[in-house]
Design a protein around this ligand. Structure first.
Ligand code: IMP
Ligand code: MG
Length: 176
């Protein structure tokens, strides 16, 4: 059993659903007439991507990557590796990277650069939660669900040591 319990609800399930619908509407409008690849970053994206994909009203395909970053504890170091590559051919395709949360920005900045090798037509980034105050690198985010100043968040795909991903809302994990 996990030792710490998430206490404070930061984003309620209904609030998330409303915002996901708005993001899907924006993406569908911006990419109308195209068939983007929704490229989820495992594992954290799994719930967000499945809700988002079902609200998008244009044709879309789905693929996944997995990254590992060598950080200490809950901070990433920027030394990133792709442990699962995309399986679809991204060449000439519009790609929407779907990520649960961006903190320092180092993982996504690395991914965006790395994806250029696949020669996509365009790369957009869609994140559910943006911890903007913690950014260490300039990174343009095209779609942002929520801005949250700080704190370690769990639920709706976000984990702490693999726990709490299945919670329907987003909660702050208090460690004291
Ligand atoms: P970044 O490279 O610092 O932006 O790290 C982003 C990654 O760290 C995310 O994809 C998450 O996997 C993880 N992460 C950062 N903040 C949190 C959090 O508050 N809760 C859970 N995971 C987090
Ligand atoms: Mg992640």
């Amino acid at each position: 059993m996990p030792q710490q319990q998430p206490t404070e609800v930061v984003i309620a399930p209904e609030t998330i659903q409303r915002r996901v619908k708005e993001l899907a509407r924006e993406i569908s409008r911006d990419l109308a007439g195209q068939e983007p690849v929704l490229l989820g970053v495992l594992k954290g994206c799994f719930i967000f991507l499945s809700d988002l994909a079902r609200q998008i009203t244009i044709p879309a395909q789905v693929d996944f990557v997995r990254l590992s970053s060598y950080g200490h504890g809950d901070t990433s170091s920027g030394r990133v590796e792709m442990t699962k590559a995309p399986e679809l051919n991204l060449s000439g395709r519009p790609v929407v990277v779907v990520e649960d949360i961006v903190d320092t920005g180092l993982s996504l900045a690395w991914l965006k650069e790395h994806l250029l090798h696949y020669q996509p037509a365009d790369i957009k980034i869609c994140v559910l939660v943006d911890k903007a105050e913690r950014r260490q690198i300039e990174l343009n985010l095209d779609y942002v669900g929520f801005k949250v100043p700080k704190g370690f968040l769990v639920g709706y795909g976000l984990d702490f040591n693999e726990s709490y991903r299945c919670l329907p809302g987003i909660y702050e994990l208090r460690t004291h």
